[in-house]
Design a protein around this ligand. Sequence first.
Ligand code: ADP
Ligand code: ADP
Length: 229
Amino acid sequence: TSVVLLQQATRAYGAGETAVKAVDGVDLAIEKGAFVALTGPSGSGKSTCLNMIGAIDSPTSGKVIVDGVDLSTLDSRRLTDFRKERIGFIFQEFNLIPVLTVYENVELPLQIQGGKSRGQMAEIINPVLERVGLKHLSHRLPRQLSGGQQQRVAIARALVKRPAVLLADEPTANLDSTTAREILHLMKDLNSTFGTTFIFSSHDQLVMEYANRLVKLRDGKITGIEERG
Ligand code: ADP
Ligand code: ADP
């Protein structure tokens, strides 16, 4: 079954003659457990697609259905709730909170969700930190970590929610190729262990090596889909 379904999804900016369609009539189904890369040149609509799937942005027409929920039926408050509960996001810039430790950064989404005691949160967080190889660094601040370690924190922070999909916008763009490979290995490992669905954007050749499916975008449209082993 599809965990993400785009049906004629379109996101236009501006109106009339000067309108730009960042995403233009995209049809795409992504099944649970997929490891999919959105590729294409800068400006082709990769981020806009991820943002619509992640309930950060809404289509101006068409449908975006994620985890069985038609996002176009939700008001902005419910979109926010959906994002907090069901979506994990990681970014090129890591986006960690600089004054919080590794542990506290990873705890934050659970605190925002609420409903769990400190001990219950620790039972979720500690195994995830172990899994991404950060247990021994849990008291450090982000600035005391390498780029690769910071991206691991961001991945752990996204995982503790057990999201329906993990979205990654250019996750390796700020990493050297060795570190990028390590992060991709980790993502792939989490994908095969937990069946977490990963959808990421990239124009990095390395990322394309790891993806099970490449969705090629240009000018907001899908120009090709390539399945790989
Ligand atoms: P990519 O991630 O592939 O680089 P984007 O999804 O960021 O592409 O952008 C696709 C197109 O939409 C680009 O032409 C971009 O300029 C335009 N666009 C994106 N966001 C906005 C915005 N907030 N306002 C106006 N145009 C935008
Ligand atoms: P263990 O089974 O010994 O807990 P694993 O390496 O299998 O160790 O898993 C590490 C931890 O990752 C789990 O204990 C759990 O907290 C977390 N985890 C399990 N399933 C998922 C999932 N679907 N998404 C994210 N994290 C998960």
